[in-house]
Each structure stands twice: as C-alpha cells, then as structure tokens.
Unconditional design. Structure first.
Length: 416
C-alpha cells in the first residue's frame, strides 16, 4: 500500500496551522519538540504511515506525508500534543497533491512567513526532513521535493528582492526596542535561549543597539559562554536566572521549553521590565503580564510591524511565484517520469540480454577469429539509446512505441 502511495502524488498531503488563523497561545498547544517528533515516528507504522516529516516553528506546525487521508496525519500529530485533534481539525488547512507541493515551495521561499520574505524557514525545513530521514521516513519523493524547494528558494533569493533589507522576527524585536526604549545604552539586557533565533537576536542587539550590556543564559551553559566570548558579552548559568531577571530592564526570551521559564514571582516588585517573548509556546508565565511593571510583547505583536522594506518585498511576490512555478513544473516532470523507471530498466536489461540471443548474434555481432567469443557489450551505446528513449517518452507518453524504437536504435547503432 505504501509503495503505491509513494508513486501517486495525489496521496501526498500537508495538514497544518499557522499564524494566519491561530494565535500563538493556540499554536503552542501543537508545537512539537524533538522528543515528541521521535515518538511520532516510532508510532507511525501503527497509523499506516511510512513517509512523513513535521515542521514546527514559532509560526506554524505542519505535517507532510503520504496517507490515504489527511486524518491519518492529523491523528498521529495530535497523539503527542497538548491540543486535541478536534481543535486542530477546526483550525487547520489541508492541501493535497500538487497543492501540497506548491505550499512547501512557498513556505520555503518565505511567501508564507509571518514577516514576508523571512526565509530562515528553509533551514528549519532542512532540519525537519533530516530528522525524519535519519529514522527512515524519507524516500526519493520527499528528498527530491525538498531539494527542489531549496533550489527554488535560492533562485528567489538571488533573483528577486523578496528578502531585501533586514526584516525578521529577531530584527523586529530590535526595532521595537529602539522605538520604545530611551537611553538604551544604560539598560541591562538579558537574553534567554541561544538557539538559532536567539543567536540572530543577540547579533542584532549588538549590531543595531550598539550596546554590550547584554547577559546570555542558556540551558546549556557552554553555548552561552561560546557566543558571549565571540561577541564580548557576559553569560550566566541557568541557576542564576531569577537574579538576572530581577536586575534586567529588557528581557528577550527565545527558548523551546514546554513550560514557562520566566515566572510572575521573578518579576514582582523589581522595577519596570520590557519582556519580548519570541518563544512558541510562550515561555513567560501568563500571570506575569498582569503586573503593572511589566510590558510583555510576543511574536504575533512583533510581526504586525510594517515598514517600507515590507512594502518593497510585496512588489517582488509575482516574480517569486513565477520562479517557484518553473521549479514545481520541473519537479512534477521528474515525478511523472518515475512511473517509467521500471519500463526503462526492463528495456535496458533487454538490450544487455540481446548479446546472448543467437538470432541477434548471427546477424549483427562480430566474432573473433576462432568464432568462440563475442565482442563486449557496448555500454555507451546502450546508455545513449536509453537516454534518447527517456526523452521521447517525456513528450510522446507511448511506452510500447518507445520500446520498439529503442530496440531499433540499438541495432542500428551497434551495426554501425
């Protein structure tokens, strides 16, 4: 059943939720960490699934794969989430076949990003697929699909201004601070979490706020120490977190913890705080925003910031979509040709077998002087014939005729 699905693009689905229809608090219920991802793959066979990958970021959770219906993918995803499958089905979008393929290309290019053109998502796609591939859940279709999307994204980046300027969630955080905080040089800044978003945020803080009064804390202290050393900043241990929260004016959170790491008790009666939570699910305790001394900003609020750069990017969308369409057409042509692979292999084997056919040997092969051996198989001639046959099959879609033409081409080539 699975093999048939993988040869049938109509059995390829994507089911997901994103920022367009769900707020961050809801998306957090369906965020998938590496442990949950591994559990999903372990149980996939019991759900009748053998090829899938999951993309879980601050803006979306999407599951891609081959199935009889999208419900199989939704059920296995929600088997590991705090959110229910009923809630997911109510909020999700489902795409199938070519539409699912197009969706992945557009996500990779940043057309579906919360900040248009923020194509950091392509790196997250690579990681998601790698995780699944290492556990045996990625075959030729998915690997080729993702590689095609990556190539398409590179062309979009190089040939359009869709990602022009400096706009991302991490940069939007810096913009917000610049607009809303005075005398930044005097402020103590704490950055919690040194993953990809955390690293980018840290570098933006240094580059655009021109301050070094930044302390880094990460669950793995070594990562915080390494980045702090690189940028000339301070770092502290996770055990020192409460004390640094209390002494900081600006706190940025970019962790992937399933539970809040910044609690209301850390913030009460310790002066005014600006907290920017870049995490999904939120990593600041909900009750903290009720405190009069706390201003809490999350990723959805940051992404509503509009500027001239985003307007310029909007003008590049048609160019990006045209490039994507070309790459999708190439991918679909490759996928269509996969159906002919067994036939092409059979023809290739038949051409090899002709060297042991007495009728063919007596008519067209050259014997040595003692007439006991035959000239070796002309591999290059066979390859040339097979290549020509594949080209003709793309345009004619007539395997039977192509078979006959291949035999005739080989005989003519070998005779000459």
């Amino acid at each position: 059943m699975v093999a048939n699905q993988q040869n049938n693009i109509s059995k390829f689905f994507i089911a997901g939720i994103n920022y367009k229809k769900t707020e961050a608090a809801v998306r957090g219920q369906f965020a998938i960490d590496s442990e949950q991802y591994a559990s999903i793959l372990e149980t996939a066979p019991s759900f009748g699934l053998s090829e899938l990958f999951i993309l879980s970021t601050c803006n979306r959770t999407e599951i891609y794969g081959f199935a009889d219906s999208a419900s199989q993918l939704i059920n296995i995803l929600c088997s590991q989430t705090t959110g229910t499958k009923e809630t997911f089905k109510e909020l999700c979008y489902v795409k199938q076949g070519v539409e699912a393929v197009q969706h992945l290309f557009e996500v990779g290019a940043g057309l579906e990003s919360q900040i248009l053109g923020d194509y950091e998502i392509i790196g997250q796609i690579k990681c998601a697929v790698k995780f699944s591939k290492e556990r045996g859940f990625v075959s030729a279709f998915t690997e080729r699909l993702v590689n095609s999307a990556i190539q398409s994204t590179k062309v979009v980046k190089n040939q359009t201004a869709l990602s022009g300027g400096t706009v991302s969630v991490s940069f939007a955080a810096v913009q917000y601070i610049k607009k809303n905080v005075s005398k930044i040089a005097n402020k103590n800044i704490l950055l919690l979490g040194i993953g990809k978003i955390g690293r980018n945020t840290c570098k933006n803080l240094v580059d655009y706020l021109h301050t070094k009064k930044i302390t880094l804390i990460n669950r793995s202290e070594e990562k915080a120490k390494e980045l702090a050393t690189e940028l000339g900043l301070k770092h502290a241990t996770i055990n020192e977190l409460p004390a640094y929260i209390q002494s900081s004016d600006i706190i940025l959170v970019a962790t992937n913890s399933n539970e809040p790491t910044i609690l209301k008790s850390y913030l009460e009666n310790f002066g005014d705080k600006l907290i920017i939570d870049l995490s999904i699910p939120y990593n600041v305790e909900k009750e903290a925003q009720e405190l009069p001394n706390v201003t809490l900003v999350n990723v959805d609020q940051l992404s509503k910031l509009k500027d001239e750069t985003l307007q310029k990017r909007m003008a590049e969308v048609p160019k990006a979509k045209a490039i994507i369409s070309e790459h999708i057409a190439e991918f679909l042509e490759w996928n269509d040709m996969r159906k002919n692979v067994p036939f092409i292999k059979a023809v290739k084997q038949k051409l090899h077998d002709m060297h042991s056919c007495e009728l063919y040997l007596s008519s067209y092969t050259t014997y040595t002087s003692d007439t006991t051996s035959v000239s070796p198989i002309n591999v290059s001639a066979i390859q040339k014939v097979i290549k020509n046959m594949a080209v003709k099959m793309r345009s004619k879609h007539q395997p039977g005729c192509s078979y006959i033409e291949a035999i005739n081409d080989f005989i003519t080539t070998h005779r000459n």
